[in-house]
Design a binder for this molecule. Structure first.
Ligand SMILES: [Zn+2]
Length: 393
């Protein structure tokens, strides 16, 4: 069995978790096409924490990491004091996107594949994306991409009939917006084609979209437009300021936890870059809150513990024009973590090779992500409590 999980496999694992350890609550909301955004809880302690994965569905490693972490808690492979903490897990923030991207993966890579064989696909995907990235910088061409061509039979029709509404909508979207062949493998948006992280009232993209500018994604994805509904980047569905149901649900959920409990922090997982973002000095006015020196220092201190444990780079957030920067601003201490140092989601982060003489970047990518970040959460939680207590006093 390989390491990749598709949407149904994720749900099988989640539904199979010991409910005495991790309990499934009622969903925090539903998507436009009616999929639940599931919520699970570990512990019953005073201090509340939120952990999310898969805002960008093509960053599949973030779902898998959160789910594997939950599993470790259930198996008692790791121990977090359940009398001290209450941990809320939203492992699939963007269910529609996850259905799309994992259906694309399954059009080529079957579930029953051996681990070794799966590795060859991940490596091929990585290398193809890398080549396209080089070509894009050298020649600037927007031709079809090798890594997308691997998945050129992944059209909306491969979606199971359980997803009929989504499938019909996608078929129309592919046609209307002339989406590139094979681009379901790059799907980061929700099912409507809106990028949840860009879907924010002050997205920097809104003005450019309204001016009719053609905005392309970069490097190996430079044949994908961000100004139109599609795989990534598009900030709103039909009119500016329109917030998608996933974001509404997540924002309400953060508010509910912070109003009713001792909310000490959250971990938002993306991929990739091996980066932990802290609250930096805003280049333009932060529209939600006046970030004080104290808030920035607290956020930095916690982020540093996480970065030291993983060896990730600490990076300063300076531009506050995404959904996650809003969550970070309004709910310190929130960390945004980019898993994995190799480019090209959704498959490269599943590489787990120990090639002789390979650079560190390549060595055991998957295992390192899972192990280092598991330890980092455990190390960071007590520091979140300390910071929280200091702020309160
Ligand atoms: Zn992302």
């Amino acid at each position: 069995m390989g390491k990749i999980l598709d949407y149904d496999e994720m749900n099988e694992i989640l539904d199979g978790l010991d409910s005495n350890v991790i309990k499934k609550e009622k969903p925090i909301g539903h998507t436009y096409f009616g999929y639940p955004i599931d919520h699970f809880v570990y512990g019953h302690g005073k201090y509340h924490v939120i952990i999310t994965g898969g805002t960008h569905s093509s960053e599949l490693i973030s779902n898998v990491f959160v789910i594997r972490f939950m599993e470790k808690l259930c198996n008692k492979e790791i121990n977090i004091d359940d009398n001290l903490y209450t941990i809320h897990f939203i492992p699939i923030v963007n269910p529609e996107g996850t259905i799309i991207v994992t259906s694309a993966i399954r059009s080529l890579i079957p579930r029953s594949i051996s681990d070794e064989e799966e590795q060859t696909y991940c490596l091929t995907y990585y290398r193809n994306s890398y080549i396209e990235g080089e070509y894009a910088s050298k020649y600037g061409d927007r031709d079809c991409k090798l890594q997308q061509m691997m998945f050129r039979y992944a059209t909306p029709n491969i979606l199971d009939d359980r997803h009929k509404l989504l499938k019909d909508y996608l078929n129309k979207l592919f046609k209307d917006n002339n989406l590139p062949v094979g681009c379901m493998i790059n799907w980061s948006s929700n099912g409507r084609g809106v990028d949840l992280n860009s879907n924010i009232e002050n997205s920097s993209l809104i003005k450019r979209v309204e001016n009719g500018e053609k905005i392309y994604a970069s490097l190996h994805l430079n044949n994908i437009r961000r100004d139109k509904l599609g795989p990534l980047g598009c900030p709103y569905f039909s009119k500016k300021g329109e917030i998608e149901k996933e974001n509404e649900a997540l924002f309400n959920f953060y508010n509910e936890i912070s109003e009713n409990y001792d909310f000490i922090g959250s971990f938002i997982y993306h991929s990739c870059g091996n980066i932990v973002y802290y609250l930096g000095k805003d280049k333009e006015d932060n529209p939600w809150v006046n970030l004080t020196k104290g808030m920035r220092k607290d956020n930095y201190d916690v982020a540093k513990v996480y970065a030291d444990e993983t060896g990730y780079k600490l990076d300063e957030m300076e531009i506050y024009t995404t959904m996650d920067s809003k969550l970070k601003s309004l709910f310190p201490v929130t960390l945004l973590i980019e898993l994995g140092g190799v480019r090209a989601t959704p498959l490269s982060q599943f590489m787990d090779l120990n090639l002789e003489d390979s650079s560190d970047k390549f060595r055991m990518v998957y295992s390192k992500i899972i192990e280092d970040n598991t330890l980092a959460i455990m190390k960071t939680l007590p520091v979140m409590i300390d910071v929280y207590k200091n702020v309160k006093n």
